[in-house]
Write a protein that binds this ligand. Sequence first.
Ligand SMILES: CC(=O)SCCNC(=O)CCNC(=O)[C@H](O)C(C)(C)COP(=O)(O)OP(=O)(O)OC[C@H]1O[C@@H](n2cnc3c(N)ncnc32)[C@H](O)[C@@H]1OP(=O)(O)O
Ligand SMILES: O=C([O-])CC(=O)C(=O)O
Length: 381
Amino acid sequence: MSDDLKRGLEGVLVAESELSFIDGDAGQLIYRGYDIADLADGASYEEVVYLLWYGHLPNRDELEEFSSAMASERALDANVHRTIEALADADENPMAALRTVVSQLSANDAEATFDAESVTDREANIRKGRRITAKIPTALAAFARLRNGNDPVAPREDLSHAANFLYMLNDEEPDDVLADVFDQALVLHADHGLNASTFSAMVTASTLADLHSAVTSAIGTLAGSLHGGANQNVMRMLQEVDESGMDPTEWVKQALDEGKRVAGFGHRVYNVKDPRANILGEQSEALAEAAGDMKWYDYSVAVEEYMLEEKGLAPNVDFYSASTYYQMGIPIDIYTPIFAMSRVGGWIAHVLEQYEDNRLIRPRARYVGPRDQTFVPLGER
Ligand SMILES: CC(=O)SCCNC(=O)CCNC(=O)[C@H](O)C(C)(C)COP(=O)(O)OP(=O)(O)OC[C@H]1O[C@@H](n2cnc3c(N)ncnc32)[C@H](O)[C@@H]1OP(=O)(O)O
Ligand SMILES: O=C([O-])CC(=O)C(=O)O
């Protein structure tokens, strides 16, 4: 047993995986051998989820069967709707709302189980995974509408995963450009090695807890501002820059001087710009040009240049998704739930892998507390 302390488990190998590979120096990300840029360009979110779960890209028939099976699971049960109404009435944080709803989904899932023999059943987990993945967008869109006093919009089976979400959110079918941009964003966020939320799902699965528990753990982990929560903080920062009337670089300089972290920069694995940020940056720029308003894109570029020059830090995936979503009219506080809506495909893929060759994940801490205390009974303290 080694007594080397690896704070934050940095660089520690804890599993073998066939799902995604990151070259942090070259700025490359691949899913099962395919470069992320090629997938973002040519594959839909449904294709990527199929790739992650089944190990190969689907042919037309396989994709049709998979996509329609998933689309047919979009509707929510009445008790889940009641929960969403209660959460919206309470103005719950959207990530907390999503965590609560996904946990509740198991109550209506006929295949939900805590039986150690059945939790690892791959085919059943794929069916459950399809249901969870299909229902998250419906739940999120319903929550986002109900809290504004609007009725939820029922899902449509004839739209893609991406287009259907935008349709349910806005009660309006998105045009092809917006549906494509959003689909690309979902593809880009679908998997990323053993990031914290995926690891959290794996730890939960490693105890032979069920898939719903693993996904619920992962949602809780994604919420933090050092992880998925950063995307909304990026947009709030850009808004603060705007309201301050300061030059973006002056604003960032001041924030750094005050010891603050700048959301959307830095990464545990990338030493260069995150390849997903390159693609999302292009999307943000294209949306800005189409709208004839470069403000949010220009602020972003100014912040990026300053951070690289002054801190040697490059943008991560959360930096340009912010201005992309903002220009699509998506409410800021659902950016992180949208991240979850995509990453659920990756979480489930890693849980399937974990169950295939399970070993309980259980590291240890170096004990630095006292050892020789004399116990004093409560009445004498
Ligand atoms: C989807 C995702 O999860 S992508 C990441 C999303 N999170 C963010 O964007 C939040 C901002 N970024 C960060 O806080 C960090 O870069 C993390 C958490 C992502 C990675 O952090 P770690 O690998 O643990 O690096 P660590 O926190 O040790 O930082 C190393 C150094 O860089 C600095 N640094 C890292 N990121 C930033 C940042 N965004 N702004 C300012 N300084 C930073 C730290 O202050 C630290 O400096 P020091 O050594 O002088 O104290
Ligand atoms: O890999 C990480 O640590 C964070 C990240 O970029 C992701 O989860 O997409």
